[in-house]
Write a protein that binds this ligand. Structure first.
Ligand SMILES: Nc1ncnc2c1ncn2[C@@H]1O[C@H](COP(=O)(O)OP(=O)(O)OP(=O)(O)O)[C@@H](O)[C@H]1O
Ligand SMILES: [Mg+2]
Length: 139
């Protein structure tokens, strides 16, 4: 198995607080990796750094051979890194399924005109994403 995500000697300080202290981690393709640690250990800081929500003081994050360290979060998401947040901010008037389906990118239905001009295409894509949602539920 090869590495898909390499976190190499990353450092992040908030004023006097050292949140990430020369932290390194290799995540292998097709693996499931958990990060555990006590409150304030730096888990959220690490996730924020991986997903471009904050910049590192030093160190590198490489994903599929691309250096994410200075990439904006929208490009990191398009490169294939998805995340959730500690405060989820779900849309409470929508179903669980619809909240999850919102995260699929580049859907034809994102543009109002497509729902009028190409309703078949919009519906097909929605059926596909619902299929993926079903597969996720059965994992
Ligand atoms: N924006 C910030 N400004 C100042 N200090 C911060 C900031 N974000 C995190 N910290 C500090 O950095 C350290 C790591 O915090 P972080 O939120 O990454 O920990 P965590 O492992 O996610 O904790 P928890 O289990 O409580 O979610 C803590 O001491 C925290 O107070
Ligand atoms: Mg946290």
């Amino acid at each position: 198995m090869d590495q898909v995500l390499s976190i190499i000697n990353v450092n992040k300080k908030f004023d006097g607080t050292v949140a990430l202290d020369n932290f390194s981690l290799e995540i292998l393709r097709d693996s499931i990796t958990g990060i555990i640690g006590p409150n304030g250990a730096g888990k959220t800081t690490l996730f924020n750094a991986i997903t471009g929500f904050l910049s590192l003081d030093s160190g590198k994050i490489i994903y599929n051979s691309k250096n994410l360290s200075r990439m904006p979060s929208c490009k990191i998401a398009r490169a294939g890194i998805a995340r959730t947040f500690q405060q989820l901010r779900l849309i409470t008037r929508m179903t669980v399924q619809d909240n999850i389906l919102l995260s699929f990118q580049n859907q034809a239905g994102e543009q109002l005109k497509n729902t009028f001009l190409f309703p078949g295409r919009v519906k097909n894509q929605e059926e596909k994403t619902k299929g993926i949602y079903g597969t996720l539920l059965s994992l």
